[in-house]
Design a binder for this molecule. Sequence first.
Ligand code: ADP
Length: 444
Amino acid sequence: MYWRLVSFVVGQCLAALAGWWLAPDGDAEDGALMAMLLAAYAWVLLDALRGARLMRWLRDEPEAEPSLGSGLWGEASDRIRRLIRAQERLIAQSESRLHDFLAALQVSPNGVMLLDEQGRIEWFNQTSASHFGLSTPRDLLQHVGNLVREPGFVAYLAERDYRAGITMAGRENSSSKPVKLSVHIHPYGEGRSLLLSRDVTPLEQAEAMRRDFVANVSHEIRTPLTVLAGFVETMQTLPLDENERHRYLALMAQQSQRMQSLVNDLLTLSRLEGSPPPPVQEWVSVRGLMEQCEQDANDLSSVLWQRPHDLHVELQGEAEIAGAASELYSAMFNLVGNAVRYTPAAQRIDVAWRMLSDGGALFLVKDTGAGIAPEHIPRLTERFYRVDRSRSRETGGTGLGLAIVKHVSQRHGAELRIESVPGKGSTFSVQFPSHRVRLAHRPD
Ligand code: ADP
């Protein structure tokens, strides 16, 4: 500002001198005045032109930098340029932060959708897109209620009380592959909302399984309990002779035995689920396990059948398994016991232990019973799944045996395989991995 004043005053002085000098004799004063006036006009004109260039730059071409030299306008243009650069840097930083933020939301396992004041979709991540079947840019700025037509969701949206979320079917829900979503709207800012969605299908399935399990257990316990209660009432109210009393007591003992087996199997399953993995340093003799299985299978066979089975046990190699002896016995005997229970009297049953070339081993139970139709095989290890319900009950089955076998196998890194030909028989085998099997040294 100081230099601007100085330049104006210096210009005026020089113009006055020039006017004085050049004016005809006697008009020197008028000449000086005239020259000063002209110089002032010229100064103001030049100044206005420079100001106009700056204004044009600001208005029309912010990128092109005008060279206004030094002075007030030059300094003003420099400062404005610096301000614009700082502003651009800030915008770039904010954009990069926004980009990072959206990228983080994009990888979220939960669906995230932003809605404006009218409920129109402003942004959504990939998970949300797959939950609701949306796509960008087609569905941006569409009202969410027009795109997600599930009645539960439409009612929730209309309610405007979003404190509790809802559970609804996902876009890809089908009867063969159910998809359940938990959806919750969270209002924020001035009328905007955040719509979060989460795939809760596994949770819902676990909950359904838990409900089924409780219903099954209750049913399994209620049946023998009802029978027992009936016998107790009969014995209390009717005069029975000694024979009848004995018969009723035997039937009552059978029912309580059934409940006991069920409770034992339930406890085994819950122990399997709750206990740490079986040890890898404790070695269990396969011969010991097989001998115990053979003896118990013969006992069971003679209790259940009038003519016992033709049981063949073959042990290849003196092997040991790393794991929990009680679990391994339980799995092996469940398979041998099933063979005894589902194979008619006096027929052949083979139980074998075979070493495999990869260092692993196979425990195998082959029977000549009724066999199992292929459609049942994938479901046999489900809890309480039975092919022949009455046969299972008659022979003291709980419907939990193969679930236990599968669990024990998994805990020992082994795999249960089932092959069966209806009318011919079944083969159940458990294949142990090499790191769980070793050949034992025979004691001298
Ligand atoms: P259960 O206590 O009823 O025997 P399991 O879980 O051991 O329960 O077996 C499930 C079902 O698989 C049985 O109810 C039976 O129908 C069928 N099953 C199991 N083993 C055999 C077998 N060796 N032969 C024929 N069916 C079998």
